[in-house]
Ligand binder design. Structure first.
Ligand code: BGC
Ligand code: BGC
Length: 793
């Protein structure tokens, strides 16, 4: 293992202060420091009884008093309320400020109005570590200005299989590039190692994640197993830490994944032996969202094994009370040795002192003109320009003349939510509208401004239809937002089922319009047909809130001379087929369509020949979360219902869309079910992530008998595990569309084994009933979710 050491974390004065503070702390207070609770379940008043060391805002967790998305002012109030509670002067209480952490992973990205930088995959394409440092500094300023002390980043994964839904959180598949960025990002967020009083200078604590091997799981499965040799673990997955630790990174988040079948959260030889020992890390190690609960013998509420393996702080979003009591009992009983507790607390307090948390003055907190400042947005826009990679430019279509008449098409053209992707305002990045980005600019808005300034014009037409033929069309399309787990794929084929965006490109082309494709994605995908259908093709990744950066490069001056050239080069190799998932891990010969480092610019005239449109994989892609959408049952799901004379079914128009719905009529001839069924799938991760089963339906005829909603397993699990749908249906009005969201956890508590769900949806009744389904799928959106009572069988 590389020998490194933390710079700037240990000094005599700080250690002395820690020693003095710890001398007055009770065991309860020490254990409390080791626990971090999430905003969804903790209130400032709880800190009186539970002296917790830290608070986090998870991806979907709103600040105090806000329903969900909120601006900086609400976050500041929240941070202050918790801090004040932790500092209360009371007998028998040692005032120690709580440390407040958030996923500020591409800018302070959970706060309305913040500058949203491109996701790391785009930043990697800049190949510019110095700019990375400035982005880190800007992110820190916006985080500190919001009253928050700690950013859960940078992600130092070197993703080796692009099917992984977190690929975009990594800078590159190349460990060398990750290494060149990691230290710079840490310096940007935290300032120079050893400078001290970081919050007072607009810096925050960073934590490198996820240690170790998160980007190397088999088949790119989130939280999976990284089954590689130790040499490979060092060579490919540890390189970011080699520069982050000497840059003084204060925290390290443990990976959910396993190495050679063993959960990282319980791996003492890697957490203690390697990270704290050989690599000399002096900051603290924090678990990932209930990740300790996955260690064999542990639960989210109890895990001495993780502490003994080297964990210093539990990220215990919901089970912090139980965890506190359990850990305290284990510390008292010596199951966790006193020396381990003291080491953990010392590391945490060391960071709190170095961070400047104990200082009363916080000159950056609430400072106006920082969050979403024009300087930060200009920096983000520069990053957008530098991250774009030009893959095709036949006939030198780009750059466009500033005087051109441009049709701007595609669903992502005027949608800032699509530009920003996951980990933006919400966990999965879903549900965001342009209104949620008061300081942001869509790609279309940026194009419109640039063309208007040059005497040209931009007309938006999402479906590409036009009255007067434009000079050229720019089509902005790509992946819809996702984050961990939800973003995992089975093949790299873009839009495997039907290809609406390809159809759009082809329509424009057939109309004689030259086409520029701007592709938004969190990873390289197999888009050969789309590349063929366009004259120019730009990989724009997930550029963030500053859509204007695209126009800066695509639109030239009045004479068509570039204002900015393409300088971005691939930081991930681009696959030749949909089945070419892992290009660099040595299992296959390295034979990408476009290699690492590829990218055209305006100086070259390169004509890309037509690419093969053979995907190399079967069309049906596995999906575990969408059962019935847009009138289809995507593979591997299908409807199963009672015989036609008992349950009649037909496709019906719904929501103005032809055959988008499916109607079911129970004739009341006996107990009959309607189900969506397929092979057994594992939904444990989804249940843990608080996902819900979302059913959009219309009641067409009121039920005549009780109705049950169930999930079923294969092989069979508890038959009694059904929930009552009666109250829900009693509230529903005939003819009205409704959305029902039932938490997966409710099914689990009713006895469904989430490891092998073969019927994620089953409705049963013996009386008459008619309803039309519009969609049945899982959702991450927590609004309006409920539990239903258990059915009495
Ligand atoms: C993710 C981390 C994240 C944490 C807090 C986890 O599920 O893996 O990357 O920092 O949640 O939201
Ligand atoms: C994420 C959190 C998120 C939660 C949703 C976790 O896995 O990391 O940030 O809020 O799931 O319940």
């Amino acid at each position: 293992w590389p020998k490194t050491h933390s710079r700037g974390l240990i000094d005599r004065e700080t250690e002395q202060r820690v020693t003095e503070l710890m001398a007055g702390m009770s065991l309860e207070e020490k254990v409390g420091q080791m626990i971090q609770a999430d905003l969804t379940t903790v209130r400032p008043g709880d800190l009186r009884e539970y002296p917790l060391g830290s608070i986090l805002a998870g991806g979907n967790s709103p600040p105090l008093g806000a329903p969900d998305r909120a601006p900086a002012s609400v976050w500041i109030d929240t941070a202050r309320a918790f801090r004040a509670a932790s500092l209360e002067v009371r007998p028998g209480h040692t005032p120690i400020p709580v440390m407040f952490g958030i996923d500020a992973v591409h800018g302070n990205s959970k706060v309305v109005g913040a500058t949203i930088f491109p996701h790391n995959i785009g930043l990697g394409a800049m190949h510019d570590p110095a700019l990375m440092r400035r982005i880190g500094a800007a992110t820190a300023e916006e985080t500190a200005a919001t009253g928050i002390d700690w950013a859960f980043g940078p992600t130092l994964a070197a993703p080796q299989d692009d099917r992984w839904g977190r690929t975009y959180e990594g800078y590159s598949e190349s460990p060398a590039l990750v290494k060149s960025y990691a230290g710079e990002m840490v310096r940007g967020l935290q300032g120079e190692p050893g400078a001290g009083r970081m919050l007072q200078s607009g810096h925050v604590a960073a934590s490198a994640k996820h240690f170790l091997g998160d980007g190397g799981t088999t088949d790119g499965i989130d939280q999976g197993d990284t089954d590689v040799s130790e040499r490979e673990l060092i060579r490919t997955h540890a390189q970011g830490y080699v520069s982050a630790i000497p840059a003084g990174v204060m925290g390290v988040l443990v990976s959910y994944s396993s190495w050679q079948g063993r959960k990282m959260h319980g791996n003492d030889s890697l957490l203690t032996g390697v990270l704290k020992g050989q690599m000399g890390f002096d900051g603290f190690v924090v678990s990932d969202w209930n990740g300790h609960g996955q260690v064999p013998g542990c639960s989210s509420a109890d895990c001495p094994a993780a502490v003994n393996a080297g964990l210093d702080m539990f990220m215990a979003p919901d089970k912090w009370k139980e965890l506190y009591h359990a850990t305290l009992a284990e510390a008292r009983a010596g199951v966790i040795p006193p020396s381990r507790i003291d080491d953990a607390v010392r590391r945490i307090l060391r960071v709190k002192f170095k961070l400047g948390l104990f200082e009363a003055a916080r000159p950056w907190e609430g400072r106006s003109g920082v969050v979403g400042s024009s300087a930060h947005r200009a920096l983000a826009r520069q990053a957008v320009r530098k991250s774009l990679v030009l893959l095709k430019n036949n006939g030198r279509l780009l750059p466009l003349r500033a005087g051109a008449r441009v049709l701007v098409a595609g669903e992502a053209a005027d949608d800032i939510g699509r530009q920003t992707g996951g980990w933006t305002l919400s966990w999965q990045g879903t549900g965001n509208t342009n209104g949620d980005f008061p300081n942001g600019q869509s790609i279309y808005a940026g194009l419109r401004a640039a063309l208007a300034a040059g005497g040209g014009s931009a007309e938006i037409s999402v479906d590409g239809s036009f009255k007067r033929k434009p000079d050229v069309a720019i089509v902005v399309f790509g992946e819809t937002p996702y984050a961990e787990m939800m973003g995992d794929l089975h093949t790299l084929e873009f839009q495997p089922a039907d290809k609406p965006d390809l159809a759009l490109l082809k329509r424009l082309k057939a109309g004689g319009v030259p086409v520029v494709a701007v592709f938004l994605s969190g990873r390289p995908l197999w888009v050969n047909a789309e590349i063929n259908a366009a004259d120019a093709f730009v990989a724009a990744w997930l550029p963030g809130s500053e859509g204007g950066g695209i126009a800066d490069v695509l639109i030239g001056d009045a004479a068509g001379k570039p204002r900015h050239d393409f300088t971005g080069r691939l930081s991930f190799s681009w696959p030749k087929s949909a089945g070419a998932h892992h290009l660099t891990n040595g299992k296959q010969p390295y034979d990408p369509l476009f290699p690492l480092g590829y990218g055209l610019d305006y100086r070259q005239a390169v004509t890309l020949p037509k690419l093969s449109e053979e995907s190399g994989v079967s069309a049906a892609t596995w999906n575990v979360d969408r059962y019935f959408v847009n009138g289809h049952t995507p593979a591997p799901w299908g409807f199963e219902s009672g015989p036609e004379d008992r349950v009649a079914t037909r496709a019906v128009d719904a929501g103005g869309v032809q055959e988008a719905g499916r109607e079911f009529r129970w004739n009341g001839l006996g107990s009959d079910s309607v189900a969506l069924s397929g092979p057994a799938v594992d939904l444990r991760r989804q249940a843990n992530g608080e996902l819900s089963l979302m059913i959009k339906y219309r009641l067409d005829e009121k039920p005549a008998a009780p109705v049950q909603l169930a999930m079923r397993c294969d092989p069979r699990c508890d038959d009694a595990a059904a929930l009552q749908l009666d109250t829900e249906l009693a509230e529903a009005q005939v003819g009205q569309w409704r959305t029902l969201k039932v938490r997966l956890a409710c099914f689990q508590e009713a006895g469904v084994d989430m490891a092998r769900v073969s019927r994620p949806f089953e409705v049963t009744t013996r009386g008459r009933l008619a309803l039309t389904l519009l969609s049945v799928q899982l959702t991450t959106d927590p609004s309006g979710t409920i539990c239903l009572p258990r059915a009495v069988m």
